[in-house]
Design a protein around this ligand. Structure first.
Ligand SMILES: Cc1cc2nc3c(=O)[nH]c(=O)nc-3n(C[C@H](O)[C@H](O)[C@H](O)COP(=O)(O)O)c2cc1C
Length: 182
């Protein structure tokens, strides 16, 4: 069963990441049996407090927010595609808050490296040389925590309007169409 999970990381109501996902779904030739889209900002997730409870108990002390609903998305995917804008040289805060809550998974001893495929498509408005460095490292180690490798990261600079994606779309469709399913 090939189950593809898209994560749309822009918290903006008319942000471009969700539109890009719908566009990819209708144009890219990937062979998935099942497609889900996760919008992290639509969930109420408390930030990790760094209490380290999870280091001993392998679960989070916070059990009265929406994180368990998010975690459900991560039990069944075989490939994940993360689409995110850059905010202050990093991932949007709403998405980073979700990622930090995966710390209990880091402490669980069931890691099987490179089991699933992960891909990222990142975009920002400027041309900064190091624009994607922080986000890319975070995604690499977040995915590693959930037994997934970051197979590729496609980065786009000078993206302010939807039309700025135009020269990139064919490459993105191809990259996602070529997902190396396990
Ligand atoms: C809070 C915030 C911080 C941003 N920081 C950066 C940045 O550091 N570098 C950059 O190139 N663009 C930055 N941008 C611009 C966005 O990356 C760009 O406008 C992007 O197209 C927004 O995508 P969205 O509409 O899908 O959220 C920032 C935008 C916001 C709202």
């Amino acid at each position: 069963m090939k189950s593809l999970l898209f994560i749309s990381a822009s918290p903006h109501r008319r942000g471009k990441s969700l539109r890009l996902i719908h566009n990819i779904i209708s144009h890219s030739d990937f062979q998935a049996d099942d497609v889900n889209i996760l919008l992290p900002h639509q969930y109420s997730i408390q930030p990790c407090t760094g209490c380290e409870y999870c280091r001993i108990h392998h679960k989070c002390k916070i059990d009265n927010d929406d994180f368990h609903k998010i975690a459900g998305y991560f039990t069944s995917f075989t490939a994940v595609v993360i689409i995110s804008p850059i905010y202050f040289y990093h991932l949007p805060g709403t998405f980073k808050v979700m990622i930090d809550r995966f710390q209990p998974y880091f402490y669980q001893n069931n890691h099987q490296p490179n089991m699933f495929r992960g891909m990222a498509v990142l975009y920002g408005a400027s041309r900064g040389k190091k624009l994607f460095d922080g986000a890319q490292l975070t995604l690499k180690y977040f995915l590693e925590t959930i037994n997934t490798d970051l197979s590729f990261c496609y980065n786009m600079r000078e993206i302010s309007e939807w039309s700025d994606f135009t020269p990139h779309l064919k490459t993105i469709y191809k990259k996602i169409g070529d997902i190396p399913w396990n």
